[in-house]
Design a protein around this ligand. Structure first.
Ligand SMILES: C[S@@+](CC[C@H](N)C(=O)[O-])C[C@H]1O[C@@H](n2cnc3c(N)ncnc32)[C@H](O)[C@@H]1O
Length: 304
């Protein structure tokens, strides 16, 4: 379970490499992952996309990484997931808030890979509450019929199983602001890791893909969120991190009762935990007052 440094068009202060070199840089890691992974084990990689320098276009490096892992190293793509972080800022400002020619990029891809087509897994471990419309359907009943798509919706569809099978979209914010980890960093004068993932993310995959007592490895561990989640879930774990200061800070995660440490700030039973995206078109009223700029926004508009 890992989140490697993303490729960057501007270098950050830890081992990020340029998008063009990324695939070559990753190869030795890929072969080590293949070597140590159990046949029924999984390799889960959270990786964000980047913009091409100077252009409002997206780099393809994370897709190339996926293809390389499957085609050159023989991994199987068990499933592609998308982590939606509703708290992401609308960047790069130039394309999103200034020229207004792109929208907010709020998704990281999460590649769930495996060594065989049959990694151990159960979606029963990651069930989620029914949506309001599904609850209503369960009360009112559903008339079994064929959908226009040809799918046969049988009577089984209206059986209340107590919870829903989640989609491959994981909605969780990255808004840790008051955790023990951050307070520990502040106390010790250590720099908190600048690109932590929320504990919900590794927790989801660790629950779904491993059993108590299994070994989870995070080779790009950063602040060691993965290790902390494993403590809580009674999995063995190994975290590897290049920068010593991040390791020193990560120690703070284990100097107290790990129960519930650094979970995202919204509470698990808080109904606002389930995010809703408004249907596109709610604001469309038929008028498109300002014509689209013919140059695709290449020149900054002076009219706004
Ligand atoms: C995106 S961050 C991981 C953040 C982590 N998931 C968390 O929540 O704190 C990637 C990390 O990989 C580390 N890294 C880069 N190259 C590495 C290498 N060759 N071996 C181990 N760690 C490395 C970086 O220092 C950085 O902390």
């Amino acid at each position: 379970m890992t989140s490697p440094p993303f490729a960057l068009v501007r270098k950050k202060d830890y081992g990020n490499v340029e998008a063009a070199e990324y695939i070559e840089w990753f190869k030795p890691f890929a072969s080590a992952f293949k070597r140590v992974l159990k046949d029924r084990g999984s390799l889960v990689i959270d990786i964000g996309g980047v913009w091409n320098r100077g252009y409002p276009t997206r780099n393809l490096y994370h897709f190339k990484l996926l293809i390389m892992l499957c085609e050159e190293f023989g991994f199987h793509l068990a499933q592609d997931f998308y982590w939606w972080n509703p708290s992401k800022l609308p960047t790069p400002a130039e394309w999103v808030t200034v020229r207004r020619v792109r929208v907010k990029d709020a998704i990281n891809t999460v590649w769930w890979l495996s060594k065989t087509p049959w990694p151990k897994a159960s979606n029963r471990r990651v069930l989620q509450p029914y949506s309001d419309s599904m609850k209503e359907l369960l009360v009112k009943g559903y008339r079994a019929k064929k959908r226009p798509s040809g799918h046969d919706i049988s009577k089984k569809f209206s059986v209340d199983n107590g919870a829903a099978i989640p989609p491959n979209l994981i909605a969780t914010p990255n808004t840790e602001s008051n955790s023990f980890y951050l307070r520990y960093c502040e106390e010790k004068g250590l720099k908190p890791h600048p690109a932590r993932f929320p504990a919900d993310l590794p927790e989801y995959f660790i629950r779904m893909l491993t059993d108590t007592g299994d070994l989870v490895v995070d080779p790009f561990a950063g602040s060691c969120v993965t290790g902390e989640v494993c403590e809580r879930l009674s999995r063995h774990w190994t975290c590897i991190e290049l920068i010593e200061e991040y390791c020193e800070a990560a120690l703070g995660r284990f100097k107290r009762d790990p129960q519930g440490a650094s979970r995202s700030t919204s509470k698990p039973d808080d109904p606002s935990n389930s995010y809703k995206i408004p249907r596109p078109g709610l604001f469309w009223n038929g008028t498109e007052d300002i014509p689209l700029s013919e140059d695709g926004g290449q020149k900054r508009s002076t009219s706004q």
